[in-house]
Write a protein that binds this ligand. Structure first.
Ligand code: NCD
Length: 314
C-alpha cells in the first residue's frame, strides 16, 4: 500500500511504502523542475488555498510554486492580517474558505493539533505545513529525499539532530520518518531544549557534540526558536554557539563524508557557522530548498489522485 490518505497531516500515520511512494514521485518532479518546460498538469483545474497563520517565507513560497507548476489556481491568504485580528475563530475561517470550494488547503498554525482539528471541519484535502511543535511532514519528506539522494538510501544511517529539539516540529517529523525507514536517530541538545517524554521517542540522547556526532552520516542542525521560548532556555548565544554551534571542527567528529542540513531560516553564528553552511562540499542546505518544491508537488499530486479516486461518478 502506497500513500492513499485523504489528508497529509503528519508522518505519524505513514508507513514505509507511503513514504517511498511520495519520495519516488518527488524524484521525478526534481527532474521536471530542472527541465526548461517545467510544467505538469496534475492539479489542472484545482484550487489550492495557502492559509499561513504564522509568518513563513520559504515554505509558503515553496507550496505556491509547487501548486503553480502543477497547474492549480493558487490563492495565498495573509491570515495574520485578516479575520483573526477581527476575532474570528480558526474553524469559522476554515468553514468560510471551505464554502468557496477549494480542493486543497495548505495550513500552518502556531498551535499543535490545530491543523488536525481543521481537517475534521472541511470537505477538501488538508496538508499540514507545520502546526506548533507537533508535525511538519513535508519538511521531513524533503529532508528524507535530500538524504536519500546524497547517501543512496534511507535505512541503516546514523542521523544526528542537534539543537532546539523541544520546540521543533521538524525534529518530531524527522524522528518519526527516520525511525520508520530504519535509520538511527541521535539527539544532541542541552537538557533544557529536549522535549518532555523523550525516552519514548526511540532515539539516543547526548548533551555533548563530540560524543553525539561520532561517526554519524548526517548532521541536521535546528534553529533556536526564540519565538516559542519564554526566557531561560539557553545561557547566551555566544555560549550556545561555543557548545552546540556546528563548525568544521565539530563536524570532524562525524564521518568524513557526513552531510550538513538545516531547514532554515538559519541563525548564522548561533547554531551554525556561516562558512560551513555555504560549503558546497559538506552542506546540502540549498538542495533541501530545491527538494522542497518537488516533494510538495509529489504530495499534492498524490492527494489529488486520492480525492479523484474517492469522487462518486455522476
Ligand atoms: C521550520 C519551521 O517553520 O518549522 N522552517 C521551515 O519550515 N522552513 C523550522 C524553523 O522555523 O526553524
Amino acid at each position: 500500500m502506497g500513500f492513499t490518505d485523504r489528508h497529509l497531516l503528519g508522518i505519524e500515520p505513514l508507513g514505509p511504502a507511503a513514504i517511498t511512494e511520495i519520495l519516488d514521485r518527488a524524484d521525478r518532479y526534481v527532474a521536471l523542475n530542472r527541465d526548461p518546460g517545467r510544467h505538469a498538469d496534475a492539479l489542472a483545474g484545482a484550487t489550492l488555498i495557502n492559509m499561513f497563520f504564522e509568518s513563513s517565507t520559504r515554505t509558503q513560497a515553496s507550496f505556491e510554486l509547487a501548486g503553480k507548476r502543477l497547474g492549480a489556481d493558487v490563492m495565498n491568504m495573509a491570515m495574520q492580517a485578516s479575520s483573526l485580528s477581527k476575532g474570528e475563530t480558526l474553524i469559522d475561517t476554515a468553514t468560510t474558505l471551505n464554502a468557496m470550494g477549494p480542493d486543497l488547503l495548505v495550513v500552518r498554525h502556531p498551535h499543535s493539533g490545530a491543523v488536525n482539528l481543521l481537517a475534521e471541519k472541511v470537505t477538501c484535502a488538508v496538508l499540514n505545513a507545520g502546526d506548533g511543535r507537533h508535525e511538519h511532514p513535508t519538511q521531513a519528506l524533503l529532508d528524507a529525499l535530500t538524504i536519500r539522494r546524497a547517501k543512496g538510501r534511507l535505512h541503516r544511517l546514523s542521523v544526528a539532530i542537534c539543537g532546539d529539539i523541544a520546540h521543533s516540529r521538524v525534529a518530531r517529523s524527522n524522528i518519526l520518518l527516520l525511525n520508520r525507514m530504519e535509520s538511527r536517530v541521535r539527539l544532541i541538545a542541552p537538557p533544557t531544549l529536549l522535549p518532555k517524554g523523550i525516552e519514548g521517542f526511540g532515539v539516543e540522547v547526548f548533551e555533548d557534540m563530540e560524543e553525539g556526532l561520532r561517526d554519524v552520516d548526517v548532521v541536521m542542525m535546528l534553529r533556536l526558536q526564540r519565538e516559542r521560548m519564554d526566557g531561560g532556555f539557553v545561557p547566551s548565544e555566544r555560549e550556545y554557539y561555543h557548545r552546540y554551534g556546528l563548525d568544521h571542527d565539530k563536524l570532524a567528529f562525524a564521518k568524513p563524508d557526513a552531510i550538513v542540513m538545516h531547514p532554515g531560516p538559519m541563525n548564522r553564528g548561533v547554531e551554525i557557522d556561516g562558512t560551513l553552511a555555504d560549503d558546497i562540499n559538506r552542506s546540502v542546505i540549498r538542495e533541501q530548498v530545491e527538494m522542497g518544491v518537488a516533494v510538495r508537488m509529489a504530495a499534492m499530486d498524490l492527494l489529488a489522485r486520492n480525492w479523484r479516486a474517492a469522487e462518486v461518478p455522476a
